[in-house]
Design a protein around this ligand. Structure first.
Ligand code: MLT
Length: 367
């Protein structure tokens, strides 16, 4: 399927062939990350970030500049009309008329899916809630492919706060497109991968194992992917404080990994990777962050170049759904009372039980 005009809401919306196309384009973009090209001259990208960001926003902006386009936007909600009470829907309706592509980061889960529904220009998800971070996943898969030649057959250790880290769940979704993957999910108690993600892995026949001690799994790992404790997503900050330092990839621990293993991290790292690891031949997290530019250049080029503005016919939300059941996740976009949106729930099976899955945030609600 053509990538022209496509949103980037979740890696689940793409097939393996499409991912490969993005990576091949990123391969060729690598030569231009320090030069200016002109394919997106006269196109405008809006970056609207309601949460802090360094890499995602700056690498998207660099990518657009390198392709000859221009950038508008804001990096915190305090400087936009949201501070005055504007809804996300109204913000998107304005910004889509000023730009050719919107990059959105938001703390409410499912925001990017909703924004893509109401926007006439492509919406690229720069991370929403703790579920999806597709441009990070494209960067991560591209990095693994570049290091090993292919992604199939890799043994990947994902360690840290797997419950709240969107880069981790998003990467697990991305790996579901590949064959013979072994995934070790290692986290402190109660911070494991959420059931909708492990159900997905089972449905895609991805072999995964869960544990609490990275030492049990590191000996087989090709990739050691470390995540930070997402303390801002803990309902009780004291619980996050108590878990500080509960997992650290020390140089000693790294010695148990195969020589060829690479260490990745979505960054920022806090204390889970000490500085001493930076000087090992295994560290790849800065290279990984650098790969974000050719990958985002590739997606922008494929989606925005030649894309046409398609005004979306706004419908009253009451006409969209007759379902009155609500998603149980209070941080879901469908539960934001001032947004023109209704819940969209779909019946699915989880571990032999019937549950409702929200089509915006992906979370389960018991019937
Ligand atoms: C994000 O998910 O916002 C960042 O890329 C990583 C992080 O905040 O840990």
């Amino acid at each position: 399927m053509s990538l022209v005009g496509r949103d980037l809401v979740s890696v689940l919306d793409f097939g393996r062939e499409e991912l490969e196309r993005i990576f091949r384009t990123a391969d060729s973009m690598q030569r231009f990350t320090r030069k200016c090209r002109s394919q997106l001259k006269n196109y405008v990208m809006a970056t609207i970030f309601f949460e802090p960001s360094t890499r995602t926003r700056l690498s998207f902006e660099t990518s657009m500049h390198r392709l000859g386009g221009s950038v508008i936007g804001f990096a915190e909600s305090g400087v936009s009309s949201v501070a005055k009470g504007e809804t996300l829907a109204d913000t998107i309706r304005m910004v889509e008329s000023y730009s050719d592509v919107i990059v959105l980061r938001h703390k409410v889960e499912g925001s990017a899916r909703f924004a893509a529904e109401i926007s006439g220009v492509p919406v690229l998800n720069g991370g929403d809630g703790s579920q999806h971070h597709p441009s990070q996943t494209l960067t991560d898969l591209f990095t693994i492919r570049k290091e090993f030649g292919e992604i199939d057959g890799r043994n990947i250790l994902l360690m840290g706060d797997l419950q709240h880290t969107r880069s981790a769940s998003s990467l697990a979704y991305g790996l579901g497109h590949y064959k013979a993957i072994t995934l070790s999910l290692v986290s402190p108690p109660n911070l494991g991968m959420r059931p909708e993600v492990t159900d997905y892995l089972e449905n895609r026949d991805v072999k995964y194992q869960e544990g609490q001690d990275p030492a049990d799994f590191i000996g087989e790992a090709d990739v050691i992917y470390v995540t930070r404790l997402q303390k801002e997503r803990f309902p009780d900050p004291k619980k996050a404080e108590a878990l500080k330092g509960s997992y650290i990839l020390t140089r000693e621990l790294l010695k148990r990994a195969p020589k060829h293993a690479i260490v990745m991290h979505h960054l920022p790292r806090i204390e889970e990777i000490p500085l001493e690891v930076d000087y090992t031949p295994n560290a790849r997290y800065f290279q990984q962050a650098a790969n974000g530019v050719p990958v985002r250049m590739a997606f922008l080029y494929l989606s925005v170049y030649h894309s046409k503005y398609h005004p979306v016919k706004q419908r009253e939300p009451t006409l969209r759904s007759s379902d009155t059941r609500r998603c149980a996740n209070s941080n879901c976009i469908s539960n934001q009372p001032r947004e023109p949106i209704l819940p969209m729930l779909k019946e699915v099976m989880s571990k032999g039980e019937r549950v409702l899955q929200c089509q915006y945030c992906g979370r389960y609600t018991k019937e």
